[in-house]
Ligand binder design. Structure first.
Ligand code: TRP
Length: 455
């Protein structure tokens, strides 16, 4: 029985529209801001290798599982999990997985929006005055100045949350689809230009080697978990974002093929960002482990020096803003879909309510760089707690349960029917990955990070 359910929220207009939206969700600050800085904090090449392993062995099978579950349930992740669990003869408590995703989405959006706000600041700065006349030091001070200005951070955070809420309130077709069509390809081209420029800088070889030469002596116990967390974060997995996008997908689309394209595009953008940024970092003598400010210091230095840097810099930050925007939408969508389904709210009201909750949580992130910088939990600021708690714990945990549900709870007839893979071999490969490799991988990485077993 092919499930004849329909989503009350609408459906993507085509397979291509879904690819764009899901890629829009996946490609964001995670690729361009987070990937380089987390790579820098974890020593480079060996981390990147672990990251790629996580994407291919854990990320892609789980992405296929999430889209499959979403399309079969055709509702918000909370209701989808409950419906499918009951249908497969299991307990409705599986809906808790959807709830965990909603919570994770709010927590991620709370710091994501603050960082996206930084890009707004850099659009204005590069548009109006550019970085040509600034020394490297002044560019560093500019970033510090931004972080220590709570009023400005709050303003930017508020602006970004407002535009996110606006698009979500417009709905699946008119809101989400429209935003991604031109912006993603442009971002890609601009990244290529940046890589081209990076190749002309003296630090290129060093940057290239740093990113691609695995030096396992630099891999710490926490790095493997960080690589897993980055894979989940970058692919938008483990919180229901890709699941809810899958629930708007037509029955005729091949889930497996589409997932592979999305994951490849996402990985390509992250690698290009790394290739564009590390040469600049080494050319200007910056520290690769400098943390969240990495691209906000290294890129402006490059824009100040390169030909047409004023123009390219402005366009780059605009595109980064759009990449963040199309991602943040997907962080809010699962909660909004649930409010519409269960609280009978109109979409725009639901979007505003969810936006306000994420905005409130984000205040802590904005203030953690200044007024609240001394409040720490396990030595981490509010911002870092939100980031690490979601990426390194909640998302892999969500992904683990998605894998368990898809491979152990759903009957094979159900998953085979929904995936509709022509070749039995491909189905079996997926099944092995999602039954054994992905869950065991996640559990082992958790255990070794806790230090229970010496891996
Ligand atoms: N993947 C996005 C990025 O790389 C962020 C994101 C959007 C996300 N939706 C998500 C992360 C869902 C985790 C879960 O910037």
């Amino acid at each position: 029985m092919i499930s004849k359910r329909k989503s009350i929220h609408g459906q993507w207009s085509s397979r291509w529209a879904f690819i764009l939206a899901a890629t829009g969700s996946a490609v964001g600050l995670g690729n361009i801001w987070r990937f380089p800085y987390v790579t820098g904090e974890n020593g480079g090449g060996a981390f990147v290798l672990m990251y790629l392993l996580c994407v291919f062995c854990v990320g892609i099978p789980i992405m296929i599982a999430e889209i499959m579950i979403g399309r079969r349930g055709r509702q918000s992740p909370i209701n989808t999990m409950r419906t499918l669990a009951e249908e497969e003869g299991h307990h409705r408590a599986w809906s808790l997985l959807g709830w965990m995703g909603v919570v994770a989405g709010f927590l991620i959006l709370s710091f994501y929006s603050v960082v996206a706000g930084w890009t707004l600041f850099y659009i204005a700065k590069s548009g109006f005055s550019g970085f040509e006349r600034m020394t490297d030091e002044e560019i560093g001070i500019l970033f510090e100045g931004l972080l220590t200005d709570p009023g400005l951070l709050m303003l930017l955070h508020t602006l970004f949350m407002a535009i996110t809420t606006l698009v979500v309130s417009l709905g699946v077709r008119s809101g989400l689809e429209r935003a991604v069509k031109y912006l993603m390809p442009s971002l890609f081209i601009l990244l290529l230009i940046m890589v081209g420029y990076a190749m002309s800088t003296p630090g290129f070889i060093e940057g290239f080697n740093y990113l691609l030469w695995p030096d396992f002596s630099k891999l710490s116990a926490g790095s493997v978990l960080a690589a897993l967390g980055q894979a989940f974060f970058s692919l938008s997995l483990g919180m229901g974002a890709i699941m809810v996008y899958g629930s708007y997908l037509s029955h005729t689309t091949s889930i497996a093929r589409t997932s592979v394209s999305i994951a490849l595009a996402d990985t390509l953008v992250a690698m290009l960002a790394g290739l564009a940024i590390f040469p600049l970092v080494f050319s200007s003598g910056l520290e690769p482990g400098a943390g969240p400010g990495l691209i906000f210091v290294s890129l402006p230095i490059a824009f100040g020096q390169m030909p047409f840097g004023h123009f390219i810099g402005t366009v780059f930050f605009i595109l980064l803003l759009f990449a963040a925007w199309t991602s943040s939408i997907s962080l809010l969508e699962p909660a909004v879909a649930w409010l519409v389904e269960n609280r009978n709210m109109r979409r725009n009201r639901a979007a505003i309510l969810a936006g306000v909750i994420a905005w409130l949580l984000g205040i802590g992130s904005a203030l953690s760089f200044n007024l609240w910088s001394d409040y720490k939990l396990f030595g981490l600021t509010y911002f870092d707690v939100m980031d690490k708690l979601t990426s390194n714990i909640l998302l892999p945990l969500g992904g683990l349960f998605v894998a368990i549900f898809a491979a152990w709870i759903m009957r094979r007839e159900s998953s085979r029917e929904e995936l509709a893979l022509k070749s039995m071999r491909s189905y079996q490969v997926w099944l092995v990955l999602v039954r054994y490799i992905a869950p065991v991988g996640v559990i082992l990485i958790f255990l070794q990070a806790i230090g229970l077993i010496g891996l």
